[in-house]
Ligand binder design. Sequence first.
Ligand SMILES: [Zn+2]
Length: 335
Amino acid sequence: MLKKHFVLFLVITSFLFIPTIVKGESKTLSDEEVNEQRMALFKKTEAVTNIPWYYLAAVDQYERSLRFARKDREKPTSAISLYFEQDQWAGKLNPNPEDTNAKTIALYDGFGKDGNGDGKADLTDDEDRLAAFADFVLGFGVDKDHFKLALWDYYKRDKTVGIIMGKANIYKKYGTLQLNDKSFPLPLGYNYSYKNTWGDARGWGGRRIHEGTDIFANYGVPVRATSYGIVEMKGWNRFGGWRVGIRDINNTYHYFAHLSGFAKGLEIGQVVEPGMMIGGVGSTGYGPPGTSGKFPPHLHYGMYKDNGITEWSFDPFPHLKSWERSDRVKRKKNR
Ligand SMILES: [Zn+2]
């Protein structure tokens, strides 16, 4: 009897304790907490190197987005996402690829640096990796033109340099890393309708199959930016008509097609925020510039992900649904 009770006791207590232990071990930080840690590290590095914090933030944010988009990278496990291969860190010819001695690493021309002053150049340490990248930038210079040269030398890809400089402009303007707010592209007060047409062969404005969601509404209904981002594309496309492309802080490209026209003053390179008007619903496209009326007016909305090598489209429908829901909640709160 006693034994049975004891076993029962163990079973009950294990249910009581295990969840709290597990919680303690895997306490995941909120986005805000991670961003506070990141900002503190960027500001600290700026104080030492004079490299503006928003340049460091832009590179790290780019690397962070790659970790989510690429299968050959680990998801972010700490505040800083800057990435170095082991042999890049220690130096290609270093006989010890796991070297943590900053002096021998420098001898073999490796990236590794001791940023936190613990006497080790540790590839897994946030401050050490940040110091390593900062030191690489210092080899070029801290002003905009030299920073761009450093990026070009590091990534060897024009598109990546452009994307990172765009992120730097966004961070500089808002002074925070917390820029994940989103909006539905049309104001909720207007009549509109949409359904999931992902992969449908009969949509309008996609590239091959229908790469996006068509939101039907009347001519001239305002079309708004859905995220914080940079206007990367603006102008005529044979199929998309008057269209705008906006790249957000997470390296996702948002494509708005068949617009009736653009918001006054909208320019390529401009920083936008969720809810900012960029144009109106129209039916432009499928012909030379200005062609309109070949199909009912609607906004074609597409989303594309860049992983540093290539770009692919994904289904915007679930995102549109979630932004629509959160806009509805915001609208109720403001009443
Ligand atoms: Zn479409």
